[in-house]
Write a new protein. Structure first.
Length: 208
């Protein structure tokens, strides 16, 4: 993520991820079980735990697939005359890559519009099909930081709180306009602190 855009794109991606989890309580439960199993009780998730949380990473990958933080990626310019998909592209032409369309191409993905983190579980997905940060030499230099931030933040929200919808209706997933594709209707959800959060708050009160 480019400097100045990292905060917005991370926040929007986190909102999409939480919206999908709240709409899919079975996925949320599976992620919570993984966190409770892989991380010691009474221990807050930290960066060293991330590599053990494979399903959490699948959730984030699926969120990036359906809702890439930059749907059209960053504009590029062709350095030489070339041919792409049968089209002749002159040198110095501005090129936009529509990652949103590629991530939903039925020739590349099965059940393209469904939120299914399990599609990434076996490591069989061609890494070149998922490009939320671009590919190659000009891929976003902040991709690693963005992924670590997402893992730690989303993992903390799942680990510390129980989540559910505010109404019986599912969270509205309508996409808005903009470079980072926000939700038209911001996410509203109810949460209840889990035992770990009670422990953290209790210790914080004792430190005051």
């Amino acid at each position: 993520m480019e400097e100045g855009r990292g905060t917005d794109t991370s926040a929007v991606t986190l909102e999409w991820a939480m919206s999908n989890l709240i709409n899919h309580p079975d996925v949320l439960k599976k992620a919570r079980v993984e966190l409770d199993t892989q991380i010691e009780q009474d221990k807050w998730i930290d960066e060293q735990d991330v590599f053990k949380l494979r399903y959490l990473q699948c959730i984030i990958s699926e969120t990036f697939r359906l809702y890439p933080p930059g749907p059209l990626l960053v504009p590029h310019s062709s350095s030489n005359d070339c041919t792409i998909g049968g089209y002749d592209i002159p040198r110095d032409t501005m090129l936009l890559v529509n990652a949103w369309v590629i991530h939903r191409d039925p020739e590349l993905w099965e059940d393209t519009t469904s939120f299914k983190p399990e599609r990434f579980e076996n490591g069989e997905v061609d890494p070149h099909k998922l490009m939320p940060f671009g590919l190659g030499r000009r891929a976003c230099p902040g991709a690693g930081l963005a992924q670590r931030t997402m893992n730690l933040t989303l993992g903390s929200l799942i680990q510390c709180f129980e989540w559910e919808r505010t109404t019986k209706e599912k969270v509205d997933m309508t996409e808005g306009n903009g470079l980072i594709m926000p939700k038209v209707i911001p996410l509203e959800a109810m949460c209840k602190a889990r035992p770990l959060m009670h422990k953290v708050l209790s210790e914080s009160m004792h430190d005051v």
